[in-house]
Design a protein around this ligand. Structure first.
Ligand SMILES: [Zn+2]
Length: 308
């Protein structure tokens, strides 16, 4: 029997959760959408949510997902592979694959005729690694980014401070100051810890390795979060990482089996994880070791260049 692609949601093979804190070491600003920065005096507020009677800043999961996807794109290219931009109408399912038929239409046709296994096979063969991990129109993401709040792991609010900085609006085209226009930029002061959680389902070891590489880059400052990145904003560190793995498959002796024949590689976690209620857990330094081990699989895996 042919291998069921890991992109199929029919069988639960593996669930991995990465959690911890993102602590900003530079001012952090994730703005409220739709604000313009040109006329008169404007306030550029940071996005906030009502929590336990307070208005608190947070990092939306969608914002983290965007940072992860764009960084993953760069890493895919470092490996000599290509991926689609993921933008509307420019994803892998928007491409014409056979006789001018778009992948999306072919998949829909197959599903209509009840052949969802073939639909999944077509998707798997014709879409890039990023569509498979982060989702594409009509195909659910294998990874979920939760909103990150300034909270500890039992739900208590953590300290944060929001400040403002005044800037002058410059016309980017002419370089002229807009009639003395000032704007106030809100930001979260460095030192704020945001609790984050990323959940992945059925990802092969090399795909977890790609996410591991992004996580490491985030921690090292190679990836920033939010706006004003070129003005010294947005650097975060990953504090107290924790990885939890549930493996439903036939992995033996704490060796996580490959989920894609000929491409993925086994990961031995026996010397890293502890076992608790059927979960494989690695915290702190152990979690970094585990991320590192997955990352090696990413760099070593012979990934086919589909979706290019
Ligand atoms: Zn794609």
């Amino acid at each position: 029997m042919a291998e069921i692609p890991w992109t199929s949601g029919r069988i639960l093979m593996r669930e991995i959760t990465l959690s911890g804190y993102l602590e900003n070491v530079e001012p952090l600003r994730i703005g409220v959408g739709g604000q313009q920065l040109l006329t008169s005096i404007v306030d550029l507020a940071v996005i906030k949510v009502h929590l336990k009677g307070f208005e608190v800043p947070y990092i939306p999961g969608s914002s983290l997902k965007g940072s992860f996807r764009s960084t993953a794109m760069a890493l895919v290219q470092v490996k000599g592979l290509t991926a689609c931009s993921g933008l509307a109408k420019d994803t892998c399912v928007d491409k014409e694959i056979e006789h001018g038929v778009k992948l999306r239409d072919m998949i829909e046709q197959l599903i209509r005729t009840g052949d969802s296994a073939e639909a999944m096979r077509k998707f798997f063969e014709n879409s890039c690694i990023l569509c498979k991990i982060f989702g594409a129109p009509g195909y659910m993401s294998r990874i979920v980014f939760g909103d990150a709040y300034p909270m500890d792991n039992v739900g208590n609010l953590l300290n944060f401070r929001i400040s403002k900085r005044t800037g002058i609006a410059i016309n980017r085209r002419t370089g002229a100051v807009f009639g003395g226009a000032l704007y106030d930029v809100e930001f979260v002061e460095p030192g704020t810890r945001f609790r984050f959680e990323i959940r992945c389902r059925n990802l092969p070891n090399y795909a977890i390795g790609l996410l591991s590489a992004v996580t490491r880059l985030l921690h090292e400052g190679g990836v920033k979060v939010g706006g004003f990145k070129t003005r010294g904003f947005g650097r975060v560190k990953v504090i107290d990482p924790e990885m939890k793995i549930i493996d439903f498959g036939e992995s033996k002796n704490l060796r996580l089996r490959p989920l894609e024949a000929g491409v993925d590689m086994e990961v031995d976690v026996s010397d890293i994880v502890r076992i608790e209620d059927g979960l494989l857990i690695a915290e702190g330094e152990k979690a970094w070791q585990l991320l590192d081990r997955f990352e090696k699989v990413w760099w070593n895996a012979k990934i086919r260049g589909q979706g290019s």
